[in-house]
Ligand binder design. Structure first.
Ligand SMILES: Cc1ncc(COP(=O)(O)O)c(C=O)c1O
Length: 459
């Protein structure tokens, strides 16, 4: 291993030597400083030199209520003094009970049981395990497979990674968990069929799930995992009618519908749970990130009474759990965070401003490099192309040189933290804190405009 460049600041050298950053090509930091954020306030973050950046991604789709909320910090401080830790393994503490009840109240239909985790991947893992055991308990032991969508990201535990539809992320760890099948996603910009008819495209995309169930044999399929708006690939909203048709198909074949709302829940789309925005009731919701606005980690799998029923009888037990799940501090912080949502009307704020945010980003469509702008709520992807007419995308070399070598760093240097991503086609993704207002949208647009123009010149 090469030693870090001695001219780098101490913290960067130490980071290179000891902090193994996630999803990060570590060799990049042998010779370059690690961007280091030390403080946050509202929709802004600050580096160690005091330079201000717009937090255009809410950290990682997390900081819904914005940075620097003393109320959340004080809740954590008080709770740690009172009861810093106790597990929810056959015991309870009041915050976990209260939060579970509160989440059940927000969740649609009979989704009334909350199984806490410490994050999103564990919630997805939990949902698959629960689906398998549910089917075993109800006389369908052969139902173990899951269906999810191409390019979708569902987390890194080996079950969740199997559900993930990104071959490059999975390849180093194959073989993974057997039985995870993929169907096309709802990227209408690159629809293979019905690209000019969203309803027909939605029917087609939903029917791919039915085809897959029939191809595998319904007696082998346990669940379908779908995000309300798919993140990886760049914010694919569902076409009209898509989820209604998926719901019918799942019911027809006794396949459970899991709404993976790790990103979309807690106001990202302007509703507590995103299935409400698109008017469907899943059998399970997986969620995490925004539940505490990131002031402490927690996740959950929310389960319908119908699914829970067999687990609540006789000596049946869901043999699954995590030490830190439902942590007292995180649960307390989540409750205060949800109070802030109610008091400040954060969901309504997103609903009131989503059209304005979209319209501001839509202005970028006049740039030759902008192929598509799509998303929902405060969650948008801007797809970059080489040719608008043909939708021709970047070559690998251009992605490396322009997206990673130029765009990511240049946006950051110009004061906008967001994500340039090529897990599908190249996109820039935006998900600012839910408190964001129109002047911030304008600032985001103006930074993007300048940097995207420069990126175009480099193609
Ligand atoms: C839809 C979805 N599911 C699961 C996960 C995994 O969550 P975590 O990183 O908290 O394990 C993510 C993370 O971004 C996600 O976007």
């Amino acid at each position: 291993m090469t030693a870090p460049n001695p001219d780098l600041p101490d913290l960067s050298r130490s980071a290179y030597d000891h902090l193994w950053m996630h999803f990060t090509r570590m060799s990049d930091y042998q010779d370059a400083p690690v961007p280091t954020i030390v403080r946050g306030e509202g929709a802004f973050i600050y580096d160690q030199r005091g330079k201000r950046y717009i937090d255009g991604l809410s950290g990682l789709f997390v900081v819904q209520a914005g940075h620097g909320r003393h109320e959340l910090a004080e809740t954590a401080y008080k709770q740690a003094q009172e009861l810093a830790f106790f597990p929810i393994w056959s015991y309870a503490h009041p915050n976990a009970v209260e939060l579970a009840e509160r989440l059940a109240g927000y969740a649609p239909g009979d989704l009334n049981k909350v199984f806490f985790t410490t994050g999103g991947g564990e919630a997805v893992e939990t949902a698959w395990k629960l689906a398998k055991q549910y089917h075993k308990l109800t006389g369908n032991p052969g139902k173990y497979k899951v269906i999810s969508r191409a390019v979708a990201y569902h987390g890194t535990p080996q079950g969740a990674l199997s559900i993930t539809g990104l071959p490059a992320l999975k390849a180093p760890f194959e073989p993974l968990v057997p039985g995870a099948r993929k169907v096309p996603n709802t990227n209408i910009y690159r629809a293979p069929i019905h690209g000019d008819d969203p309803e027909a495209f939605g029917r087609w995309a939903a029917d791919q799930i039915e085809q897959e169930i029939l191809f595998e044999g319904a007696e082998t399929v346990a669940a379908v995992f779908l995000e309300p708006v798919q993140n990886a690939g760049g914010c694919f909203p569902p076409p009209p009618g898509y989820f209604q048709r998926v719901r019918e198909i799942c019911d027809r074949y006794d396949v459970l519908l899991v709404s993976d709302e790790v990103i979309c829940a807690f106001g990202r789309l302007g509703t507590m749970f995103a299935c409400d925005k698109f008017d469907y009731v899943p059998d399970m919701i997986t969620c995490a990130k925004g539940m505490t606005s990131g002031y402490s980690p927690i996740g959950a799998c929310i389960i319908s009474d119908r699914l829970a029923e067999p687990f609540y009888s006789g000596d049946n037990t869901f043999l699954h759990g995590y030490t830190f799940a439902g942590h007292p501090v995180s649960a307390a912080v989540a409750l205060t965070n949800l109070d802030i949502f109610e008091r400040e009307g954060l969901n309504q704020h997103v609903l009131d401003h989503e059209a304005g945010f979209r319209a501001t980003l839509d202005r970028l469509r006049d740039l030759p490099i902008v192929g598509d702008v799509r998303g929902n709520g405060f969650f948008y992807g801007i797809e970059l192309v080489k040719d608008k007419a043909t939708k021709e995308t970047f070559t690998d070399e251009e992605t490396e040189r322009v997206l990673y070598g130029f765009l990511s760093k240049e946006l950051f240097d110009n004061g906008l933290y967001c994500r340039a991503d090529d897990r599908g086609d190249p996109v820039v993704q935006l998900a600012p804190p839910l408190i964001s207002e129109p002047p911030l949208f304008d600032e985001i647009e103006s930074i993007l405009r300048g940097v995207l123009q420069d990126a175009w010149a480099k193609l």
